[in-house]
Design a binder for this molecule. Structure first.
Ligand SMILES: Cc1cc2nc3c(=O)[nH]c(=O)nc-3n(C[C@H](O)[C@H](O)[C@H](O)COP(=O)(O)OP(=O)(O)OC[C@H]3O[C@@H](n4cnc5c(N)ncnc54)[C@H](O)[C@@H]3O)c2cc1C
Length: 287
């Protein structure tokens, strides 16, 4: 199917792109186009204007910015997956990027695009949630920071306003005793394609005890979400295999499970526990 007719601009500065969004309430940002174009062809999205940010210089870098790693708006999945700074500080996000789609998708789609898109079964939102990422949104009227925990609002809905561009995702620097990991069951089995269900985990151990944890689920509900009861259950334990199994049993507390074409509610509930356990185990192994 063809998309409805739309106008297209490809600004060469961020200010120009932000002004185009401010002037056109029915505009959509395009970065990699890996999700926007298919949805326009399906006519699920019909913007009057597409603002292609792909030609704006300075947005395609990953940098060490003191207390955090900054991943720019045009950083591709493949770049996030292979970058040593991301691997060292947010392994869960690096792994999620490495398992996003196929090689073509990873060389074209962007990490910020995958976050902004907020698909219920996307990989990188789970990594960003577990790693405690912060999103930096810019509009013509200014800039604001949004914690990952507040960013994923509903199906294909993030906390970004229509006139905002996600210009950067910030990943906290990993300290001593910290580790993170991501694992999923892809729709075609293995790790390829969107997650039937998946989980990312981040832990900090101190003096042999789990002092802090975050676990995030994807593919099981209407949005990628934190599973706070798993994190609460593992904190204060020694992080042993038994403690992880017991904690993962809490995966569904405070989480709404929804069936979809790829799994019943019961199957997704089962997978949420399995992948919470696997992600926690790998995160603890990485400490
Ligand atoms: C064949 C195929 C397989 C895929 N498999 C997977 C998979 O296994 N796992 C997975 O997680 N995803 C998968 N995807 C989706 C893919 O990762 C997309 O690249 C990603 O969802 C969107 O990134 P993008 O840069 O292409 O964004 P676009 O397609 O350009 O945009 C997507 C949405 O986000 C908005 N947007 C994009 N960038 C910004 C920004 N900087 N600021 C504000 N809004 C923005 C757009 O307006 C649009 O609404 C797959 C896609 C394809 C085509």
């Amino acid at each position: 199917m063809f998309p409805r007719q739309f106008d297209y601009v490809a600004p060469t500065s961020l200010d120009e792109a932000l002004q185009a969004l401010a002037d056109n309430p029915n505009a959509k940002v395009m970065s990699g186009g890996m999700s926007l174009i298919p949805l326009m062809k399906l006519r699920l999205f019909s913007p009057q204007l597409v603002v292609d940010i792909g030609r704006i210089p300075g947005l395609d870098g990953i940098s060490d910015d003191g207390d955090h790693i900054a991943v720019g708006a045009l950083v591709r999945h493949a770049q996030t997956a292979s970058d040593p700074l991301v691997a060292a500080n947010a392994a869960a996000l690096a792994q999620a990027a490495a398992w996003t789609g196929d090689a073509q998708v990873r060389n074209r789609g962007t990490t910020c695009g995958a976050l902004a898109h907020a698909d219920i079964a996307a990989d990188q939102p789970a990594g960003a949630l577990a790693c405690g990422a912060t999103m930096v949104a810019r509009s013509a009227s200014g800039s604001r920071e949004i914690a990952a925990a507040d960013f994923f609002v509903d199906t294909l809905t993030s906390a970004l306003n229509d006139d905002e561009i996600l210009v950067e995702v910030r990943l906290p620097k990993a300290g001593a005793g910290e580790g993170s990991a991501y694992d999923k069951l892809g729709r075609r089995g293995g790790h390829s394609d969107y997650a039937v269900a998946g989980a990312a985990a981040w832990v900090r151990k101190a003096n042999g005890t789990v002092a802090e944890a975050r676990v995030a689920l994807t593919g099981v509900g209407s949005k990628p979400t934190l599973a706070p009861a798993v994190a609460a259950a593992i904190v204060g334990t020694d992080g042993s295999a038994d403690a992880v199994v017991a904690a993962a049993e809490h995966a569904l507390e405070g989480v709404t499970v929804l069936e979809d074409l790829y799994g019943s509610e019961e199957y997704k509930a089962h997978l949420a526990k399995v992948y919470a356990r696997r992600a926690l185990t790998s995160a603890l192994d990485a400490v």
